[in-house]
Design a protein around this ligand. Structure first.
Ligand code: G6P
Length: 607
């Protein structure tokens, strides 16, 4: 996690760095800092806490003169989020300042070695070893010192470096952590992701692992890890500037919830036409390759994993293939039963989640065909997978994903239809295609049908625990619903397969325990209603999520949330929406920092 940014040009660097850091704050927000070079002078400003504090300290950058600089927003791994541990870190001779995103796995041994050699450490971070190594190896060329330094490092890093001997220059290095170069006119940049750059440029260069960039106001040079100069393609960013702004909403999360009809439409529209689902991106996958698939393994982390849980049903039903769900952090160390007859589907909004990348590499090493469902173009997962299908959700800033999840789920649904058709298991796709095309409209209806959510949040916010129950597809959505509630409202929320209640959890039900019951799958409605009756007779307060036409529920539940009727196979895309809104308003009632929940970061680039 952590976000890094760098700027070199003719104007004042600090305001550009601070603006970039604000955009990257979702990556980590426990401390922050900038280092700005004015002539040969480097000055460092750091704070424990948010970027707003850094803006205050530096008078929005006005107090820090200089046209070259680097910045960092931190999600602490090694060392508490104090000012001392905040980046940038300085070398002992004061000539180098460095910012780092990632983890240096062999830092302890390096630290000991450097201390033996007389270097003094100011922080507890793993990062600080890097700046001392650079100082140690510096003999007139920053590039050479960096090459020697990274040869000593094990782990993941995106680095930004400035050196007082080279005014006007910034260096960036990438290894297993996201980093892009922004190409400007008379100024250049680097950043952890495009959101920090869209205000300044649409032209970017994606660095590969092991590559270095040497930037000055008028030049960009990229080298590989041996110092060989590389020629790189400049790509265009398609996201618009407003997409990374709040646009009048109080929080990014609410804006992103409301954007879901458009995001899902943008994801679906290019893949459906003439009554068929088609993925251009998968044209190179031969029928032979597809027929050889004996099982599908879906792997991911967090909500992306839950999107996989929801997507599973359509694959099994339509493609007739077994689907195995594996958390990426588990798969990577599990000696998985994956071979060349397995299709491994990797899901990731950011495309940079460390465990997901490791699981993908493991699957490839075992000969599986790999297909990535990713939102960020050019991200590591997108580049590594054999096939990549993008979700076109646009930038997602709130730490808790919303449109990321719904676009992933919709994409999985389309993939299931597409593969089933190619496998000859469905002749006429038209009813499925119509269901896909209706999803954006249905999401909007799911928003419009529930004006009572802020009032329900007032009723349910003051609880220590909430239970989410459901069966089958409803259970898959309950997993994500409970996660949303936990991560932003800090209320303990557990999701249970409704049929499992009797095996333990029902012991926790007492007078007024809130139970959120998902009941949108007609094949199990009766069963779930029985479970609702069971918890109600033990005093539970039940908030049911169901169709408006489900008259029976009116008399069973205490409160109701509605979605329009939709085929259960694809209902997750719709069903999650009222639960996102409920989590949002409960968190708001509880005065939580909704876009930046405590201890979390959006892009988990460390293991
Ligand atoms: C973090 C985010 C979640 C996300 C998960 C996986 O925990 O807060 O919203 O689902 O990482 O991230 P990815 O980028 O791989 O989808």
């Amino acid at each position: 996690m952590c976000g890094i940014v760098g700027f070199t040009g003719a104007r004042s660097a600090a305001p550009v760095l601070l603006d970039g850091l604000k955009k990257l704050e979702y990556r980590g927000y426990d401390s922050a800092g900038i280092a700005v070079m004015d002539g040969n002078e480097i000055s460092v400003s750091k704070v424990s806490g948010r970027i707003a504090g850094l803006c205050e300290k530096t008078k929005d950058g006005a107090a820090v003169p200089g046209t070259t600089g680097i910045g960092h927003t931190r999600w602490a791994t090694h060392g508490a989020p104090t000012e001392e541990n905040a980046h940038p870190h300085l070398s002992n001779d004061g000539r180098f300042a460095i910012v780092h995103n990632g983890i240096i796995e062999n830092y302890a041994a390096l630290r000991e070695e450097l201390i033996r050699d007389g270097y003094h450490f100011q922080s507890e971070t793993d990062t600080e070893v890097i700046v001392h190594l650079v100082e140690m190896y510096y003999a007139g060329s920053v590039r050479d010192a960096l090459i020697k330094t990274v040869n000593r490092l094990r782990g993941s890093y995106a680095l930004g470096v400035i050196c007082s001997e080279e005014p006007g220059k910034i260096y960036a290095v990438r290894e297993a952590s996201p980093l892009i170069i922004g190409v400007g006119v008379g100024e250049n940049y680097f950043a952890s992701d495009v959101t920090a750059l869209v205000n300044y440029t649409r032209s970017v260069i994606y660095l590969e692992d092991g590559e270095f960039a040497e930037l000055s106001e008028g030049s960009i040079r990229i080298f590989d890890c041996t110092g060989q100069e590389q020629s790189k393609k400049v790509s265009r960013i398609l996201w618009d500037v407003q997409a990374a702004e709040k646009g009048g909403y109080e929080h990014f999360m609410l804006k992103e919830i409301m954007e879901q009809p458009a995001a899902v439409k943008a994801t679906i529209a290019p893949r459906v036409s003439g009554g068929k689902v088609d993925f251009e991106e998968l044209a190179a996958m031969s029928d032979e390759e597809l027929r050889a698939v004996r099982k599908i393994v879906v792997t991911a982390c967090g909500s992306a994993y839950y999107a996989g849980c929801a997507g599973r049903y359509a694959f099994e039903r339509l493609c007739g293939l077994p689907v195995q769900l594996e958390l990426a952090s588990e798969l990577r160390y599990s000696d998985p039963l994956i071979d060349d007859t397995t299709l491994v589907i990797v899901i990731s909004q950011s495309g940079e989640t460390a465990d997901t990348i490791a699981a993908l590499k493991e699957a490839k090493a075992r000969g599986a065909k790999t297909l990535a469902v990713v939102n960020v173009v050019g991200s590591t997962v997108a580049k590594l997978a054999d096939y990549t299908v993008y979700t076109w959700a646009g930038p997602e800033i709130a730490v808790a994903t919303t449109k990321g999840y719904t676009t992933q789920t919709a994409t999985l649904n389309m993939l299931a239809i597409y593969f089933a058709a190619r496998l000859g298991r469905i002749e006429d796709q038209s009813k499925y295609v119509a269901a896909m095309q209706a999803l954006p409209r249905r999401i909007q209806q799911a928003i419009d049908l529930n004006p009572s959510i802020p009032a329900l949040a007032k009723k349910y916010h003051d609880n220590r625990a909430l239970f989410f129950i459901g069966r089958n597809t409803d259970y898959a959505v309950a997993l994500e619903g409970a996660l949303k509630m936990k991560e932003i409202s800090y209320i303990h929320a557990e999701s249970y397969a409704a049929g499992e209640l009797k095996h333990g959890t029902i012991a926790l039900i007492e007078e007024h325990t809130p139970v959120i019951a998902l009941c949108c799958n007609p094949s199990v409605t009766e069963k779930t209603i029985s479970n609702i009756v069971e918890v109600k007779s033990r005093g539970a307060e039940v908030l049911a999520l169901t169709f408006r036409t489900n008259r029976q529920m009116l008399s069973v539940a205490d409160d109701l949330l509605f979605i329009p009727e939709v085929d259960a196979l694809f209902s997750a895309v719709i069903e999650i929406v009222p639960l996102q809104l409920l989590a949002y308003y409960v968190a708001k009632e509880n005065g939580c920092d909704i876009d930046k929940p405590k201890n979390l970061a959006k892009s988990v680039t460390v293991e």
